[in-house]
Design a binder for this molecule. Structure first.
Ligand SMILES: Cc1cc2nc3c(=O)[nH]c(=O)nc-3n(C[C@H](O)[C@H](O)[C@H](O)COP(=O)(O)OP(=O)(O)OC[C@H]3O[C@@H](n4cnc5c(N)ncnc54)[C@H](O)[C@@H]3O)c2cc1C
Length: 459
C-alpha cells in the first residue's frame, strides 16, 4: 500500500511510506527516524476528513494496529484507549460494560483521536464537542517526549483540538456515562415556529437537530431525550436503518438524482418528494443512544460545515434560502442544523460561544458530479458575514486572515505549535496555508506567559 484515499474519494495522499506501528515503542522509533531524515510525518485516523489535513509527503502513520482498549473503570465511568481505537469499537466496548458516550455525531467510523483532533461533534446545546469528554490524553512530540495532558491543565484547552499539527495522540482517557436509551421524535416545523420556540426547544430537550429540504419551506425537527421506557422492537430500527436510511435516503435518492443530468432544475421536485416522504410525518422510536445517533452513509459526498453564534440561526437560514434562490443554485442534499455547547478549546469552533452548526453537502455519484463548488463558496462567504467558523474535518474556503480574526487564541496556538515542533515535522501543505507564522516577539511573549508551566518539559 503506498497511497491513502479519504472516505469521499476526493483526495489521495501519496506519502513516501506508510507505517503501521503496533506499539508505543514502534511509534517512538518512527519519530526518531523522522527526526534524523528531517522529513514530515502525519497520522491518518480513518481518513474521513473531507479536506487534505491528514496528507503528508513524508511518512503517513496509521494506528489501525494500535487499537487496544486499555482500561475500563466502571466506578469512575472512564475508559482508556490506544489512539487507534475507532468510535465504533469504543461504543461497542462501552455498551458491553453498561456505559455510553454522552453525545455523538452521525458517523461511527472515525478514530476517536482523529475525531477529537478536528472538533467532531453531535447535537444538543448542553453537550460539547467530543474533545469535551476527554479526561486526559498523551501526546508524543517531535522531540520524542510525551506530554500527559489532563482536564484543567492550560494545555488541555490549548491542544484538545489540534488538527494533528502538534504531535501524535497515543492514548486517551474518556469520561462516559451510564448506558442510556433515547426516545427520538421527529415532526415537521416551520422556520417561524422554530424561531418562536427555539430557546425552549433547545433547553427542554437533550438533543435537537433541524433538517431542511432546500428549495422548499419544509423543515423537520428531530429531538432525542433520555428515557427509561422500553426500546422498540428491532423491526423499527431495521426499518429506520434499511428502508429509510439506506434504501430511500441513499439509493432511491441517488437514482432520482441521475435524472437531474437531463435537467438540473428537477432537483426542486426531488427535494419536494423527499420532503413529503421524510419531513412531513411525525414518528418516534426508542433505542440505545448509539442506535439513535448513528446515520448510515452509503453515497459519497463532499461537505462544508460552519458553526455560527446560536442567536443567528434563523436569520442565517433565511439568508441562505434567499442566496440559493437568488443565485439559482441546485442543492440536492438536506441541510443539517445542529447545536453545540461552548467550550474553552483554543481551536474549537464552539470556543466560548454556544453554537449552531450548519452543514451542507453535495452527493458525488459515479458519472454525475454536480458543479457544487460555486455554491459551497457562496455559502462560505455568507457564513463569514455571520462570524462563522468552519469544521476542521470538512472543506474550507476561509482565508488565513479571516481565521486569525475569528479565533482569539489563533496566534497563541500556532506559536505553541512552533515551539513544540520547531522543525515542522507535523505540518503539511493544508496546514501551512492556514497557519499563522509567529514572530520572535510572539514567541518571547508566549514564553513569558507560559514557560513556567508544563513547557519546561520540552527542551
Ligand atoms: C460520512 C461522514 C460523516 C461525518 N459525520 C460527522 C458528524 O456527525 N459530526 C462531525 O463533527 N464530523 C463528522 N464528520 C467529519 C469527521 O468526523 C472528521 O473529519 C474526523 O476528523 C474524521 O476522523 P478520522 O479518524 O477519519 O480522522 P482523519 O480524517 O484521518 O484525520 C483528521 C486529523 O486528525 C489527525 N489525527 C488522526 N489521528 C491522530 C492522532 N492519533 N494523533 C494526532 N493527530 C491525529 C490527522 O493527522 C488529521 O489532521 C463526518 C465525516 C464523514 C466522512
Amino acid at each position: 500500500m503506498n497511497s491513502w484515499k479519504n472516505w469521499a474519494n476526493l483526495s489521495k495522499c501519496e506519502p513516501k511510506k506508510i507505517q503501521f506501528p503496533k506499539s508505543l515503542s514502534d511509534l517512538k522509533q518512527i519519530i526518531t527516524e523522522t527526526k534524523i531524515t528531517k522529513e514530515t510525518l502525519k497520522v491518518v485516523g480513518h481518513g474521513n476528513s473531507y479536506n487534505t489535513n491528514f496528507h503528508t509527503e513524508g511518512t503517513l502513520v496509521s494506528l489501525k494496529d494500535f487499537n487496544t482498549i486499555q482500561e475500563t473503570n466502571i466506578e469512575t465511568q472512564q475508559v482508556s484507549i490506544d489512539a487507534g481505537v475507532s468510535i465504533n469499537k469504543l461504543v461497542q466496548h462501552c455498551s458491553n460494560n453498561g456505559l455510553a458516550l454522552s453525545s455523538l455525531g452521525t458517523n461511527m467510523f472515525d478514530n476517536v483521536a482523529g475525531a477529537c483532533s478536528t472538533g467532531h461533534h453531535g447535537s444538543g446545546i448542553n453537550y460539547g464537542i467530543l474533545s469535551s469528554y476527554i479526561d486526559s490524553f498523551d501526546l508524543l512530540l517531535a522531540s520524542g517526549q510525551t506530554l500527559t495532558i489532563k482536564k484543567g491543565d492550560w494545555l488541555y484547552d490549548a491542544l484538545g483540538v489540534h488538527l494533528g499539527a502538534v504531535g501524535i495522540i497515543t492514548k486517551l482517557t474518556l469520561n462516559t456515562e451510564k448506558r442510556f436509551k433515547l426516545k427520538q421524535e421527529v415532526f415537521p416545523i416551520s422556520l417561524q415556529a422554530f424561531q418562536d420556540c427555539m430557546s425552549d426547544l433547545l433547553s427542554a430537550n437533550d438533543h435537537v437537530k433541524l433538517i431542511w429540504a432546500p428549495h422548499t419551506n419544509d423543515y423537520q425537527c428531530w429531538i432525542a431525550n433520555r428515557t427509561e421506557e422500553s426500546i422498540d422492537h428491532n423491526f423499527m430500527h431495521w426499518k429506520n436503518h434499511m428502508i429509510d436510511g439506506l434504501l430511500i435516503n441513499n439509493l432511491v435518492h441517488a437514482s432520482l438524482l441521475y435524472t437531474t443530468a437531463i435537467k438540473p432544475a428537477w432537483i426542486r421536485s426531488i427535494n419536494q418528494w423527499l420532503s413529503n416522504y421524510f419531513l412531513k410525518g411525525k414518528t418516534q422510536c426508542i433505542g440505545w443512544s448509539d442506535q439513535i445517533f448513528y446515520l448510515p452513509h452509503l453515497l459519497k459526498q463532499d461537505a462544508i460545515e460552519y458553526a455560527i453564534p446560536l442567536d443567528k440561526t434563523v436569520a442565517f437560514l433565511q439568508d441562505l434560502h434567499n442566496l440559493i434562490e437568488a443565485q439559482s443554485f441546485h442543492v440536492q442534499f438536506p441541510i443539517e442544523v445542529r447545536f453545540v455547547k461552548q467550550d474553552n478549546f483554543w481551536l474549537s469552533p464552539a470556543y466560548q460561544k454556544d453554537m449552531c452548526y450548519i452543514g451542507t453537502k453535495a452527493h458525488l455519484l459515479p458519472f454525475l458530479t454536480p458543479n457544487y463548488k460555486p455554491y459551497f463558496q457562496a455559502v462560505s462567504q455568507l457564513i463569514e458575514t455571520y462570524q462563522g467558523r468552519f469544521h476542521w474535518g470538512k472543506q474550507n474556503y476561509s482565508s488565513k486572515t479571516y481565521l486569525e480574526n475569528s479565533y482569539p487564541k489563533w496566534k497563541e496556538f500556532w506559536t505553541l505549535r512552533d515551539y513544540l515542533d520547531p522543525n515542522k515535522m507535523f505540518m503539511n501543505n493544508w496546514l501551512t496555508e492556514l497557519a499563522y507564522k509567529p514572530s520572535k516577539t510572539d514567541i518571547e511573549m508566549f514564553k513569558k506567559q507560559h514557560f513556567d508551566h508544563d513547557l519546561q518539559l520540552v527542551k
